[in-house]
Structure formats: structure tokens, C-alpha cells
Design a protein around this ligand. Sequence first.
Ligand code: DX5
Ligand code: ZN
Length: 206
Amino acid sequence: MKVSVSVLSVYDRLINAVKKVNESSADFLHIDVMDGNFVPDKKFPIEVLKDKKTINKKPLDVHLMVDKLEQVKKYALLKPEYLTFHVEILEDYEIIDYIKSLGIKVGLAINPDTSVELLIPYIDDIDLVLFMSVEPGKGGQTFKEEVIEKVKRLKEFAPSEVIISIDGGVNDKTISLCKYAGCDMVVSGSFVTNSLKYDDRINQLR
Ligand code: DX5
Ligand code: ZN
């Protein structure tokens, strides 16, 4: 199981948290970008990330909770491993093709109440699906178990190369559901960052 660590819950101690992720066995650093429109909060403006870029040593897994596709293009400048934005704002294939043309892998995130069928037209063109197992917008919420059925439904039509990731409320209890559903990757925030030693928690998710 790949583990991507979200530092959203430790935004006010960002540098320290990123250093701890560097020192851990985490596969990715997950950055939750919020625009104040798609979700109420505003976090991780591009300027802050560009400024702190040198501190991070892990591949970046950027999760954009934004409602403008122009924002997606801006964050491509960070050259993340995965650039994920929400299927709810997608209009056509243009943005997917554009990100891929830059050599960046494309992810589509999907909210708990959005039908998984919305992914069908794009599924052959993307690299990752990010299932939200909480309402997007903040860390430390409770895992919504209903998402497991959606993951299973996706597996009926998604090519096996598409990485299935899940985000929100992932901890030592809910990880078994993620494994049972067949996820390849989990995003974990507060469960990992509440600990002094990130690897103690990451190892419980492997
Ligand atoms: C929620 C974010 C998550 C969040 C996960 O909108 O997308 O990445 O930081 O935090 P936990 O693991 O605490 O639910
Ligand atoms: Zn996220």
C-alpha cells in the first residue's frame, strides 16, 4: 500500500511537518489546495508552495479543491508526480491532455455524494482516481464507509493501471476497509501528523 501524507492539519507548522515527511518512509507528500470557493477554506496558495519547494524531498501528490481550471494549470508549474482536481469541475478533455503533455500524471477526485459514473468518459485517459471518504475541506473528519461500494463499482470499468487512492479519515481502523476495497494508495493526514514519529503510523497503514 502506497502512503501519501497530507500536511493540511499542521499547516501552521508546515516546514517542520514537511521535514518530518522527508525523514519518513512516506511515498508522497499530499498537498491540499483550497480556493475558498470549491471549499470554504483557503490554503496552500501557489506562492507559498513555490517558496517552500526546496524543502520537500518527496514526490508531490497535489489535490486541488478549486473551482477554476486556470488554477489547475498554475499548479502544474510545481511539476508534481500527480496533479489531481475534482471531476465535479471538469468540462472536457482539454485540461487532461494539457497536464499530460507536460509529463505530469493526472488524477480525478470525486466527492462522497458524486456518482462514480461521472468518471466513465475520462477513465481511459487518467492515471489516478482519488475517492473522497469525507466532505472535502478539512482534516480530522470521520471516514464515510459508503465510499467502499463506489470503489468497488469503479473497479468494474476502470483499467487496472488506474491507481485508486482514498482520502479522508484514513487511520489504523479504517485502513482495513481501504484494503478490502482494493485501494492502491491511501492519503492520511491527522492520523500520521498527530504522531511524533510519522513512520510508526505509516507502518500501520502499509
Ligand atoms: C480533506 C483533505 C484531506 C485531509 C485528510 O479535504 O483532502 O487530504 O487532509 O486529513 P485526515 O486524514 O485527517 O482526514
Ligand atoms: Zn486531500
